[in-house]
Design a protein around this ligand. Structure first.
Ligand code: PA5
Length: 429
C-alpha cells in the first residue's frame, strides 16, 4: 500500500501544524464527502472505483480492437488522454515498439497538439499498419481532437471502406450532447459515455482511461482494486492523523502560504513521466484560478539533476518537492566486475542498479532539504496496476481537499476558454 512520508518536510513545518489545521481540513473533507462544496455536481469520480457495471463492455470492445489492430490511436486532449497515457507508459516496457508482446497493439496518441508534421507522420505510419481509432471528447467540440479525428476518420474509411471503418472506430463522449455524440449516433460507432458528473481530469477510471489501458494489455480490475482500497482508506478516516490526503493538503497549503509556490513532482523512474504529466494537469487546472494556486511542475531524476538540479539546489527558494518513491524495480541488473577497472566502478560491483538509484534519491533528498527544499514522499513498493490505482485516487481526493482549503472551485476550468476564444476569432469561426 502507498505510504505518505513527511519526514523531509519536518524542518519547514510548525510542530503543531496538523492540530492547528485540523478544523480547516476537516471542513474541506466534509464539503467533499457530504457533497456541499463548489462544483459538487462534478463528484462522480468519488465512486468510480466501486462502479463496475461497464467493465464487461470495456473488456469486450478492448478484445475486439486488440484482435483487429497493430496500432490503436487514442484521439483526445487534456483529461481525455493524459490518464490513459500515464498508466500505459507506467506499465509498458520502455521501448514498446521493440519490446511489446505478440498480439498487443501499440497505443499511440493524437489530437493533443495541432502539429501538422505530427499528424502527417502518424498518417504515414497508419498507411502501413492495421489500426483502430478511439476518439475521446467529453464536450465533443474540442478543436484539437476534432481536427485529428477528421483526418483519421477519412483515412480509415479510405483504407478499409466505410462499413469496416465503423467497426474500427469507438467514440467516448457525453451521453446526450456535442458534435461527437451526434456523429457517433449517425455513423453507428461503438460508444461509451463519460458521466455528466465526472470532469475530464478526473475521468481516468471511466472508459476514457480504462479502454485504452485494457487494449494495451493491462489489468483494469487491479487498477480499480487499488483505487477502491485508497477510497476506503480516505473516506473512512476523517481525522487528519489517519488520513494521508488531508495531511498532504495541509502541508501543501502551509508551504504555499509561506512562499513555496511551486511543487516539483519527482520520480526516479522514467516510466512515471506521464503520471507526472497527469498530476500537472489535475492540479494545474484544479487549483490555478482566482490568482491563486501552487504551480505544479515535474522532474525525472537523476536525469534532471543534470539540468534543473542546480536551480533546485540553489535557485529562488519557492520550491518544495514530492517524490514518488518506488522501492522495487521489475528487473535485477547488477553492475558487472571489470578486470581493468579503468572507469573506477569496481567499488560498485555486483550492486543492483536499483540500489544505486535509491541511494541517489536519499542523497538528493538530504541535499535538497539542506538547500531549503521541503521533501514529501509517496512511497510505493513497485509500479503496478494496484499502486497506480491507489495513487490516482489519492491525488484526486487530495486535489479536491486542497482546492477547498484554497477556497476555490477545484472542478471548473474557466481559464482554458481564453486561448480558444482568441484562436476562433483569428480563424474566423
Ligand atoms: O480536465 C478537463 O476538463 C480538460 O482538460 C478536458 O479534459 C480537455 O479540455 C478536453 O476536453 P474534451 O474532453 O471536452 O474534449
Amino acid at each position: 500500500m502507498m505510504n505518505f512520508i513527511t519526514d523531509g518536510a519536518r524542518n519547514f513545518l510548525p510542530a503543531d501544524l496538523f492540530a492547528t489545521s485540523e478544523a480547516r481540513a476537516h471542513a474541506a473533507f466534509r464539503q467533499l464527502t457530504e457533497r456541499t462544496g463548489a462544483g459538487n455536481d462534478f463528484l462522480g469520480w468519488l465512486d468510480l472505483p466501486i462502479q463496475t457495471d461497464i467493465l464487461d463492455k470495456v473488456k469486450s470492445v478492448a478484445q475486439r480492437l486488440r484482435r483487429q489492430s497493430d496500432v490503436v490511436v487514442v484521439i483526445g486532449i487534456g483529461g481525455s488522454y493524459l490518464g490513459a497515457r500515464a498508466v500505459i507508459e507506467a506499465l509498458q516496457p520502455h521501448f514498446p515498439t521493440l519490446q511489446r508482446t505478440n498480439g498487443t497493439p501499440l497505443v499511440l496518441f493524437a489530437g493533443n497538439n495541432i502539429s501538422e508534421d505530427y499528424l502527417a507522420d502518424l498518417k504515414s505510419v497508419l498507411d502501413q499498419r492495421d489500426y483502430s481509432l478511439i476518439v475521446i471528447s467529453k464536450s465533443g467540440t474540442t478543436t484539437e481532437p476534432a481536427i485529428a479525428f477528421r483526418i483519421f476518420k477519412e483515412h480509415c474509411e479510405r483504407k478499409y471502406g466505410k462499413e469496416d471503418a465503423r467497426n474500427r472506430i469507438v467514440a467516448i463522449t457525453d451521453e446526450h450532447r456535442g458534435a461527437l455524440k451526434q456523429l457517433a449516433t449517425q455513423e453507428g460507432y461503438d460508444t461509451f459515455v463519460i458521466p455528466d458528473n465526472v470532469g475530464g481530469r478526473y475521468s481516468v477510471l471511466t472508459p476514457v482511461g480504462l479502454l485504452p489501458i485494457a487494449i494495451a494489455g493491462f489489468d483494469i480490475d487491479r487498477l480499480l482494486a487499488g483505487a477502491r482500497r485508497m477510497r476506503e482508506e480516505l473516506l473512512q478516516h476523517d481525522q487528519v492523523s489517519q488520513n494521508p490526503a488531508m495531511q498532504y493538503a495541509i502541508i501543501r497549503n502551509h508551504l504555499y502560504l509561506n512562499g513555496k509556490t511551486v511543487e516539483l513532482m519527482v520520480a526516479y523512474e522514467p516510466r512515471l513521466q506521464y503520471f507526472i504529466e497527469w498530476y500537472k494537469q489535475l492540479y494545474g487546472e484544479s487549483e490555478g484560478k482566482e490568482n491563486k494556486g501552487i504551480f505544479p511542475a515535474g522532474c525525472i531524476f537523476s536525469t534532471d539533476l543534470h539540468s534543473l538540479g542546480q536551480y533546485v539546489q540553489e535557485g529562488v527558494r519557492m520550491l518544495f518537492e514530492t517524490v514518488i518513491s518506488v522501492e522495487h524495480s521489475h528487473h535485477a541488473l547488477p553492475i558487472p566486475f571489470d578486470e581493468q577497472n579503468t572507469d573506477g566502478l569496481n567499488y560498485l560491483q555486483m550492486r543492483r542498479i536499483n540500489e544505486i538509484n535509491q541511494i541517489a534519491e536519499t542523497g538528493t533528498r538530504m541535499a535538497h532539504i539542506d538547500g531549503g527544499v521541503p521533501n514529501l514522499r509517496i512511497a510505493i513498493p513497485e509500479i503496478n496496476e494496484e499502486t497506480l490505482g491507489e495513487m490516482i485516487y489519492f491525488f484526486e481526493f487530495a486535489c479536491a481537499i486542497c482546492g477547498y482549503m484554497l477556497d476555490i472551485n477545484p472542478f471548473n476550468q474557466p481559464g482554458v476558454e481564453a486561448y480558444k476564444k482568441n484562436m476562433f476569432k483569428l480563424l474566423g469561426k
